[in-house]
Design a protein around this ligand. Structure first.
Ligand code: PEP
Ligand code: MG
Length: 556
């Protein structure tokens, strides 16, 4: 038996075979060649392979998803035959003496850059298609096989690192547990694992992970231990632990249907965070009072084409209907940084966490943003929906987003489609700028929700993805963050709007008392944390809670 340890991200015991995933990286370096003819031949051979591959994909797609969706592969073949595309690659090989893979990569980059600033969603989607085709070409030039995470049986998924887009391509029902060598507890893959009740460990400090593929193992997600080929003793101990945890979970069920109220009568809302329809069952099972954060960008992740208005509408409507009148806060698309959406064809950035992401990206692509806003507005008649704007740093962003909401409303009116005129619009407070401007912003919007994951990252100048810096996040006092939160709460309440927390720290039971004292009105956590948080709130006595927003108004 061998035991590896790391940082637990989500508790639970899982037994199964280790499956090691290594993503395909198209590494292309600049290389000049003498024999340009040979290089051109390499390109032509790769092109033939890609055409064969696309034909196969087209026929499989017709069977799986129908002719309309399959047509994308015809478009990809057309790109290969496009004059400008072909000429660009030929010139780079024959005139510039670039190697074939570098010529393709340069062509992809130039075309994507030209298309990036264009206002039409259609053109931008084509940019993503070009990238896809070029990736295929490069893979063949470099003689690499396509890597997809295909899971045909239930496994413990191991990887050096998992990106949210990769996680979204997985059939998560076949993932018993997630183990990564890197990653951090605030990364979106970790958040996803928690939301879906998948035991997860990060930072398993072993370069041997890849060598362990196929071995039998047990994951102890409570203590962050991975037992390889466990012995009888370990098996016995872990089943005892599993039993004890099951008892605790059973005991927590007593809190279902109860209020989130302190011993001295302070009541707040406890909501759940979800990333999509699949997570809704966990929110309902755990008796969440509402959805405090629907990370809508997960609808876009891991796909080659963006969901259209109707698909988005269907998803939002389902959430609202299944929440049966309870509040649902849907955050508009918060893409970028670690949530890289391939179909956007975004240029590579030096500092993606500070780059074209989130609301910035939406404002640069108003057509795409309005598609989402129309879908949200149409869904608003099916329940109690509020729209939340992420990563706000300036009043101008709020004004522009609100203007686009009004334009989306006009478009629906013109088509005679129903929506709630008085839909509430709030912002995430997750940048130091939003904290400092909270006095002003509170006069512009209907509510605040504090995104502690990003707020802490930006206040502390700490990359939330960086495992080496994890200990900074473990500071139990979180004092700089708490000061920013108190300041935000005071400003919100001064102008009569409620404040929630939707970052991971909301589930830190050692801080619940602090949060209640500063006057937080709602806390939204991973579904499995709803009942532990309720239990904690019910055990507290809050003597000096700050002036409160009326919780009844939160439901209004
Ligand atoms: C946050 O930043 O705290 C947050 C809730 O949003 P995300 O984790 O999706 O960035
Ligand atoms: Mg955030």
């Amino acid at each position: 038996m061998m035991i590896l340890s790391g940082k637990p991200v989500f508790g639970g015991i899982a037994r199964g075979k280790l499956f090691y995933f290594q993503p395909d990286e198209n590494e292309v370096t600049k290389r000049l060649v003498k024999d340009t003819r040979l290089e051109l031949e390499k390109y032509n051979a790769a092109k033939e392979h890609v055409i064969e591959e696309l034909d196969k994909l087209y026929h499989t797609a017709i069977d799986k998803v129908g002719e309309n969706e399959a047509a994308i592969f015809i478009i990809h073949k057309m790109i290969l035959d496009d004059n400008a595309f072909r000429t660009s690659i030929h010139e780079r090989i024959l005139d510039d003496h670039f190697s074939a893979d570098y010529a393709v990569a340069q062509t992809a980059r130039d075309l994507a850059q030209k298309m990036f600033g264009v206002g039409s969603d259609y053109i931008r989607e084509r940019a993503a298609d070009i990238k896809d085709v070029c990736d295929r070409l490069i893979r063949h030039i470099q003689n690499k096989n396509e890597k997809l995470i295909e899971l045909n049986e239930k496994v413990i998924l191991c990887a050096d690192e998992l990106m949210p887009s990769e996680t979204m391509q997985l059939d998560l029902s076949n993932v018993l547990a997630i183990i990564t060598r890197y990653g951090s507890s605030n990364s979106h893959t970790a958040i996803l694992a928690r939301t879906m009740n998948i035991p997860a460990i990060i930072g398993i400090g072993a370069d041997k992970l890849s060598m362990l593929r196929g071995m039998e193992a047990i994951v102890d997600g409570y203590n962050g231990a991975l037992y390889i080929e466990p012995d009888e003793n370990a098996l016995r101990r872990l089943s005892q632990l599993e039993e004890a945890e099951a008892k605790k979970r059973e005991m927590l069920k007593r809190f279902k249907g109860r209020k989130n109220i302190t011993l001295d009568g302070t009541e707040i809302e406890v909501f759940a965070n979800i990333a999509g329809l699949n997570d809704l069952k966990y929110a309902l099972e755990n008796d969440a009072g509402g959805i405090g954060l629907f990370r809508s960008e997960f609808l876009y992740l891991g796909r080659t084409q963006m969901p259209d208005e109707d698909e988005q509408f269907y998803n939002y409507r389902q959430v609202l209907e299944r929440m049966g009148g309870r509040k649902v806060i849907i955050r508009t698309m918060d893409a970028g940084a670690d949530k890289n959406i391939k179909s956007f064809g975004l240029a590579k950035e030096e500092n993606p966490a500070l780059g074209v992401r989130s609301i910035r990206l939406c404002l640069l692509r108003p057509d795409m943003f309005k598609t989402q806003l129309r879908a949200l507005l149409r869904a608003s008649v099916y329940g109690d929906l509020a729209i939340m704007l992420p990563l706000i740093t300036a009043a101008e962003e709020i004004h522009r987003a609100k203007k686009l909401i009004e334009e989306a409303k006009d478009q629906l009116r013109a088509k005679g489609q129903a929506f709630r005129e008085d839909i509430k619009v709030g912002i995430m407070v997750e940048t130091p700028a939003a904290v400092l401007m909270s006095d002003d912003f509170a006069q512009e919007v209907d509510f605040f929700s504090i995104g502690t994951n990003d707020l802490e990252q930006y206040i502390m100048a700490l990359d939330r993805q960086n495992l080496t810096l994890e200990s900074y996040y473990e500071d139990p006092t979180h004092e700089p963050l708490l000061r920013a939160m108190r300041f935000t709460c005071d400003n919100a309440h001064k102008h009569g709007i409620p404040v929630g927390i939707c970052g991971e720290l909301g589930a830190d039971l050692d801080l619940t008392e602090e949060f209640l004292k500063m006057g937080i009105d709602e806390i939204s956590v991973t579904p499995s944390q709803v009942l532990p948080l309720r239990q904690r709130i019910r055990s507290l006595r809050i003597d000096n809670r700050k002036q409160l927003f009326d919780p009844a108004a939160l439901k209004a």
